[in-house]
Write a protein that binds this ligand. Structure first.
Ligand SMILES: [Zn+2]
Length: 245
């Protein structure tokens, strides 16, 4: 597995891992990695699906969206990533997707409950929701407002739109996206059965917050998603043709 050798490799692997986690919405949604040399952020070029991203299909953007390296247009919503990286020195990677379960769950307008391990990183005590707009986060001001709403949290739902997650590294940001989507999907499933009525106690949640999602567990889950992407979509890191899956 040759992911993670450069920022371009790392951000390409992040997109493919998100596809393996079921976060695709055709060509929309993107991850970003902070440039280790301080020039801005690496993200995908627009026009490609998550699983189609190779190191050749990523761009280095300045804080105000200038394409500094790579080919292809940038996404309009790069402001989400730029704002979070300005606001959060602890954040090294960010994810924005339109994962279906997060959109459906946010539309219910009910608290996210700890029905499984997946919700734990987001409960303080409920998941944050950015309600400034459900339109595109297409300006610096909207990006900043979203970053303010997230505060120190690991992510947020954007009702009517999608979700955002962050992490100190790409493995954590992608795993946070996978966990938030699963948490929403599980609660939707329970709702379909008339629930939920039973969930983890506050004490259990506090213990789980310490015990569950260690850096090692997050890295193990992320590595699994990268391997899954390589099997499902072809091993882009080794030049195999990308094909549908
Ligand atoms: Zn979006």
């Amino acid at each position: 597995m040759a992911h993670g050798t450069t920022a371009a490799d790392e951000v390409a692997a992040a997109h493919r891992a998100l596809a393996a986690a079921g976060q695709a919405d055709m060509v929309w949604g993107h991850a970003a990695v902070r440039d280790p040399e301080g020039r801005g952020l690496w993200t995908k070029a627009s026009g490609w699906g998550l699983e189609e991203i190779t190191p050749e299909r990523v761009v280095l953007l300045s804080d105000d969206g200038e394409v500094l390296a790579g080919d292809g247009p940038r996404h309009i919503e790069f402001h989400i990533h730029a704002a979070l990286m300005r606001a959060r020195p602890d954040v090294g990677a960010t994810v924005h997707t339109h994962a279906e379960a997060t959109v459906a769950f946010a539309a219910l307008g009910v608290p996210l409950r700890p029905l499984s391990h997946d919700a734990v990183p987001f409960l303080a005590p409920d998941v944050v929701r950015f309600t400034g707009t459900s339109d595109l986060v297409a300006t610096r001001a909207l990006g900043d407002a979203l970053a303010t709403a997230i505060g120190t949290a690991n992510g947020c739902l954007i009702p009517g739109h999608g979700m955002v997650t962050v992490g100190p590294d790409v493995a954590t940001a992608v795993m946070h996206a996978a966990l938030l989507e699963r948490a929403c999907r599980i609660q939707l499933s329970a709702g379909g059965g008339g629930g939920p009525v039973v969930w983890s106690s506050d004490a259990d949640v506090a213990a789980k917050r310490r015990n569950l999602w260690t850096a090692a567990q997050l890295a193990a889950g992320y590595d699994y998603l990268v391997r899954t992407a390589d099997r499902r979509f072809g091993d882009a890191a080794h030049g195999t043709d990308v094909h549908g899956g």
